[in-house]
Write a protein that binds this ligand. Structure first.
Ligand SMILES: [Zn+2]
Length: 199
């Protein structure tokens, strides 16, 4: 027996999410049928809103409702330091720490030779442009994850930026190998920032 089309479609949609196979998708679809109608409507509105109301900041690449984002717009923040991260979740992690008051640049990925991702495929060109325009930037702190690709990206950026007279530092690895910045607790992250070393 085939599922009625609305259910089949919902199952197909859930299956597009990472880590969700047919079994889980089917369970979620049937769960949704049993949900309160207002909750389902709120859910569908939230799904559409993240696509319609969010943009990438034209300066730092972070996700934002307004462009430039509140962090880039805030002149009270330290304009001499930029933390380079892999994704917007990492910005949230750094902000939760509440100890860093500079700027960010979000790469949306890493250089990954194994996946064929080069410097031009991620948000590196806009970082270069940004540094050319804003000579007040003195330090770039590279906070890519402690993975092989994160390391490759850090090395590439260091080689690129140091000749321009910019201090390039890397988070200290109190972070365990392979650690994701956004899963790191605030204390460990703070120590990693404090103990950052020049590349
Ligand atoms: Zn921004």
């Amino acid at each position: 027996m085939q599922y009625p089309e609305p259910i089949a479609k919902l199952i197909a949609s859930y299956m597009k999410l990472p880590g969700i196979g047919e079994k889980t998708a089917t369970r979620l679809a049937f769960y949704t049928i049993g949900m309160d109608e207002d909750d389902v409507k709120d859910f569908s509105k939230a799904l559409v809103a993240v696509k319609e109301d969010l943009h990438y900041c034209s300066i730092c690449g972070n996700i934002t409702e307004d462009d430039p984002c509140p962090i880039c717009k805030d002149q009270g923040r330290d304009q001499t330091t930029i933390v380079v991260v892999e994704n917007s979740r990492d910005v949230m992690a750094m902000e939760r720490m509440n100890e860093y008051h500079g700027l960010y640049h979000v790469l949306h990925g890493t250089i990954s030779p194994s996946e064929g991702t080069g410097p031009m495929d991620i948000n590196i060109p806009s970082l270069i442009e940004r540094l050319k325009k804003h000579s007040e930037v003195q330090e770039v702190i590279i906070a890519t994850n402690a993975s092989m690709d994160g390391e490759t990206t850090a090395q590439y950026l260091a080689k690129l930026l140091k000749p321009a007279g910019i201090k390039v530092t890397r988070l200290a690895h109190g972070l365990s190998a392979g650690a994701d910045i956004d899963y790191t607790d605030e204390v460990t992250l703070f120590k990693a920032v404090q103990g950052r070393t020049e590349m």
